[in-house]
Design a protein around this ligand. Structure first.
Ligand code: HEC
Ligand code: HEC
Ligand code: HEC
Ligand code: HEC
Ligand code: HEC
Ligand code: HEC
Ligand code: HEC
Ligand code: HEC
Length: 473
């Protein structure tokens, strides 16, 4: 590793070789375009001098962090590279007209271990997953800037190590606390921070955590042994690994649940079993193996049961679609691409990528069932939060199923009524037509005085009367 660091890192000529190549998508986006009134190339000292006036808090934050302290830091890097001090230039470049915002590649030049672990995790595909999502590509109706900021502030983690290592002090204490994960892992579809903070684990942290020691490098922090109760990183970044997918078995192991890996291939059953064992090892730092295993197995059962409710709801809506009862018709909706499922051309999309417009009420209810309720039920179970599992999750999910069943009945009833009305009116029309035909077939005398004979008779009448009168005279 040390050799790798040396080879990659050239402090004197720093202009990040990687960042100089093809820019990642995040950097190509409008989110950063260098534009500056200041012209020139500057030394590290000049950056600091001027920025102490321009942006004093940034300079102070940087100088209080490990990377800003000359000589004291860098056990892994500086000794090898003979480096004394990191400056603004290492991350932003020295030419003020060509400033850069650092990405994971910038950090990789000095921190290859964390970078490689990070690249194994789902964090490393978060931007790609979001941009491939139907709700993202629905830009015809939503301004691109708007959606890029809505999704991008969380999903840019794919390119941004500073998602957890907030600039400019890059504090490890901050990165370790659950609040940092909670910036993104919150809200109706992934409320991990809310679930954690009201679980037994989280309550220990909230009530006693102020006294816990979150300082030090990874080896110092981990060397002290486990905290009294787990925080997010205890279970998801054990021993400081940056692969947050470590130990995640995606639900009932070996069941019918399929999860795609980073290359969009299903993760194998053997690997899932291994991951579950890894997670149980984490619990064993504080619990018995029997206890941990049984708790996770119960969560698997909740996951399975919640998925069955979801499938039932899906089935109902698919049935309605086949009967032509879903409005607006799927063939009349905007088309978009989503790579989990076949191209969504005129097809019903039920799940995460479902659009939140141009859809029907029953699908809207399904979206809530899938994205909010189902997810809370099983994610709540894995985070040992009874209320999220039961009231916010399982109960809401089943109530949503009732709504869907109700709506399906109403749609079918309305369709049946419409059919009955149509049949009745066809019947009435037929009856009328029959009656008319019958009338036409009857004798002319019976038709009253309106026939052609009557008209002729009326027309002739004055002539006859006139003739009669003349004869009398
Ligand atoms: C003479 C003063 C001065 C010097 C020297 C200077 N800067 Fe700046 N810098 C500014 C000012 C003023 C801004 C605010 C916007 C602008 O560029 O006009 C700024 C903005 C920035 C930004 C933010 C750009 C953005 O688009 O948000 C970065 C990053 C930056 N400087 C880095 C550096 C680095 C690195 C150096 C040294 C190589 C440096 N600055 C030297 C004055 C200076
Ligand atoms: C030019 C090399 C270099 C670059 C580029 C670099 N770092 Fe560092 N970083 C270091 C050195 C040196 C240390 C000190 C290591 C130590 O204390 O052992 C360090 C320490 C850290 C620490 C630990 C802080 C602490 O309190 O102990 C974090 C977190 C960190 N860097 C994150 C980042 C991130 C995020 C990026 C990219 C935005 C980045 N680094 C880019 C060299 C670099
Ligand atoms: C270890 C890498 C690193 C170093 C060193 C560094 N920065 Fe930054 N800086 C960042 C990151 C990461 C961002 C945010 C990038 C983004 O928005 O995509 C940033 C953004 C900025 C911004 C624009 C955003 C804002 O908050 O205004 C300014 C200005 C800035 N840095 C100034 C400086 C100055 C001045 C120094 C030197 C004292 C410095 N930076 C040193 C990583 C670094
Ligand atoms: C508040 C932060 C946040 C926002 C805003 C956000 N997401 Fe997410 N998203 C997440 C998190 C966190 C996860 C992982 C959830 C989990 O595993 O429990 C996720 C998961 C996803 C997934 C599943 C990823 C996969 O690999 O299966 C997709 C797709 C997605 N989001 C798309 C989007 C889109 C599109 C937008 C904007 C319209 C968006 N997200 C807005 C944080 C966010
Ligand atoms: C800036 C937003 C952001 C922050 C901060 C963040 N995450 Fe994530 N996280 C995401 C997104 C987005 C995903 C979904 C990525 C995907 O599947 O494409 C995700 C996924 C995950 C996953 C699921 C991995 C898998 O294989 O399914 C875990 C576990 C995770 N994050 C843990 C954490 C922990 C622990 C922290 C804090 C130390 C954290 N995250 C901080 C955005 C974030
Ligand atoms: C999900 C949040 C998260 C993201 C994203 C993240 N880190 Fe970290 N990082 C942490 C946490 C938490 C620790 C401390 C872990 C521990 O002590 O167990 C840490 C520790 C570090 C350290 C200290 C190393 C040491 O030996 O003390 C460095 C350096 C670092 N990260 C670099 C990076 C780089 C580079 C990236 C991007 C490729 C990155 N991190 C992305 C959360 C994150
Ligand atoms: C006591 C250990 C533990 C703690 C603490 C913990 N988690 Fe988890 N987490 C789990 C387990 C177990 C799973 C489910 C693993 C599986 O599916 O096999 C999980 C799953 C996840 C997932 C993936 C959800 C999915 O299936 O899409 C994310 C994201 C996540 N946790 C984030 C967090 C965040 C953020 C925190 C802190 C607020 C946190 N976790 C705290 C144990 C924990
Ligand atoms: C760092 C130590 C630690 C780790 C790791 C840990 N726990 Fe815990 N756990 C605790 C503590 C402390 C409590 C609170 C005990 C109490 O309430 O009496 C607790 C409580 C629980 C509870 C609630 C118990 C009850 O009686 O209501 C469950 C369930 C649980 N843990 C499951 C797990 C599982 C499963 C894992 C691994 C995925 C895990 N824990 C990892 C320390 C830990």
């Amino acid at each position: 590793m040390a050799a790798g660091v040396n080879a990659r890192f050239e402090p004197k000529t720093f202009d990040n070789p990687k960042a100089g190549g093809e820019q990642p998508e995040y950097m190509q986006s409008h989110l950063y375009k260098p534009e500056s009134a200041v012209v020139g190339r500057f030394s590290a000292e000049e950056c600091i001098d001027c920025h102490l006036n321009e942006t004093p808090n940034i300079v102070k934050a940087f100088q209080r962090g490990a990377m800003g302290k000359p000589g004291v830091q860098n056990r892994e890097v500086s000794e090898e590279a003979g480096m004394e001090k990191i400056s603004c230039i290492n991350c932003h470049g020295s030419d003020h007209q060509e400033l850069r915002m650092p990405t994971r590649d910038t950090c990789d030049t000095c921190h290859p271990t964390q970078y490689e672990q990070f690249m194994k995790s789902r964090h490393s595909i978060a931007w790609a997953r979001a941009t491939a999502c139907g709700r993202w590509s629905d830009h015809e109706t939503v301004d691109q800037d708007f959606i890029e900021v809505m999704c991008g502030q969380c999903h840019s983690i794919e390119y941004r190590c500073d998602s957890c290592h907030a600039r400019h002090d890059f504090s490890l204490v901050e990165a370790r606390k659950p609040d940092t994960c909670g910036i993104c892992h919150m809200g109706p579809d992934h409320p991990q921070i809310e679930m954690y903070e009201t679980s037994r684990h989280g309550i220990k942290y909230l009530t006693e955590g102020d006294a816990w020691n979150f300082t030090g490098s990874i080896s110092e922090f981990e060397g002290r042994g486990p905290l009294p109760a787990p925080v997010c990183i205890t279970c998801h970044m054990p021993q400081g690994t940056h692969d947050v997918s470590y130990g995640i078995a995606y639900g009932p192991v070996g069941g019918d649940m399929v999860w795609m890996d980073l290359d969009h291939k299903p993760v194998g059953e053997e690997e899932l079993k291994q991951r579950r064992e890894d997670m149980i090892k984490v619990c064993k730092q504080c619990h018995s193996e029997r206890f941990a295993k049984s708790r996770l197995e119960i969560a698997d059962k909740v996951h399975k049961a919640a998925k069955d409710v979801l499938l039932e709801a899906k089935h109902i809506i698919q049935g309605l679609e086949e009967e032509g009862l879903i409005e607006p018709k799927t063939s009349e909706r905007p088309q978009y691409e989503w790579y989990y499922v076949p191209r969504a051309e005129g097809k019903l999309v039920l799940g995460g990528p479902q659009l939140t417009r141009d859809t029907s009420g029953i699908e809207r209810t399904f979206f809530k069932l899938y994205k909010y309720d189902y997810i809370k039920a099983y994610k709540g179970a894995y985070h040992f939060n009874p209320d999220y599992t039961h009231w916010y999750g399982w109960v809401e999910e089943n109530l949503a199923l009732i709504d869907i069943q109700d709506k399906a009945r109403a749609l079918r009833k309305a369709a049946a009524n419409e059919r009955a009305v149509q049949e009745a009116s066809t019947k009435a029309e037929n009856a009328n037509a029959k009656a008319e035909a019958a009338l036409r077939a009857k004798a002319p005398a019976e038709r009253g005085i309106c026939g052609p004979t009557a008209i002729a008779a009326i027309a002739v009448l004055p002539v006859v009367l006139y003739g009669l009168l003349r004869r009398r005279r």
